[in-house]
Design a protein around this ligand. Structure first.
Ligand SMILES: [Fe+2]
Ligand SMILES: [Fe+2]
Length: 243
């Protein structure tokens, strides 16, 4: 990648300072298994191709949320920024592929996101809470894997690029958690539930169980760790233990 691709939008050159991601290790239910790291290092073209797909998907998912939850001002702002950053990453990863002489290859998605999305509740605001929490886990895991990869890949430019990503990916994780927490009832509710009902064409259920964000985080923490720690036949950026 050319050096200007390592600049962020403010045009400041990114000599990645050490980003503290200990809060991300605490958030996740399990660290990346060594066997995945070994397989990833042995097949970087697959990891880089899937990484490109993930950046594009992260932007696409956030765009869908912007349309669906148009009444939520903070979500509009945070996700608009996230989409810009994910598309910049996409551009950068495609640039890396070009530099490495790596041809675009169609790679079907891993089981990872689907494995969490199948637990997404179908009614609001539960669906909104769940998709924001799932978004947080995907961002947190990405961040954790970039950090782990940056320590083991022997291509220093790639390692540097992975370190550069830590700052934005850890902020994306935090933004998704903040947005999920914005639905927590505090003195009534901080979210306009009538607008939510209108925006989603449906009835809403705000009983205590539905609105318990901590419980949902704990639930998805387990589901996510299980996906990461169980055998997986396909190597992908978010795959489990190579079967
Ligand atoms: Fe990204
Ligand atoms: Fe991200």
């Amino acid at each position: 990648m050319s050096d200007d691709l390592l600049n962020d939008q403010n045009n400041t050159v990114t000599a990645p300072a050490k980003t503290d991601i200990s809060h991300i290790h605490d958030f996740l239910g399990a660290p990346t298994p060594k066997a995945w790291l070994e397989a990833a290092v042995n097949d970087l073209p697959t990891i880089i191709q899937d990484h490109a797909n993930c950046e594009k998907k992260a932007a696409g998912t956030a765009m869908n949320l912007i349309f669906r939850y148009e009444f939520h001002q903070d979500l509009q702002m945070k996700l608009a920024q996230l989409i810009r950053e994910e598309m910049l990453h996409y551009e950068q990863v495609v640039g890396i592929m070009e530099e490495r002489g790596q041809k675009w290859r169609h790679l079907p998605a891993s089981r990872y996101a689907k494995g969490m999305l199948k637990h997404k509740r179908t009614y609001e605001p539960a669906a909104m809470i769940d998709i924001l929490i799932i978004g947080a886990f995907i961002e947190a895991r990405s961040c954790e894997r970039f950090a782990a990869l940056s320590e083991v890949v022997d291509d220093e430019r790639l390692a540097k690029y992975y370190r550069y990503l830590l700052k934005s990916e850890s902020r994306h994780y935090e933004d998704y958690i903040t947005l999920a927490r914005s639905l927590e009832p505090k003195d009534g509710s901080s979210v306009d539930l009538e607008a939510l009902s209108k925006a989603t064409n449906g009835s809403i259920n705000t009983d205590e169980e539905t609105m318990n964000i901590d419980q949902r985080i704990a639930f998805f923490k387990q589901v996510e760790a299980e996906l990461i720690n169980s055998p997986d036949t396909e190597l992908r950026f978010h795959s489990g233990i190579p079967a």
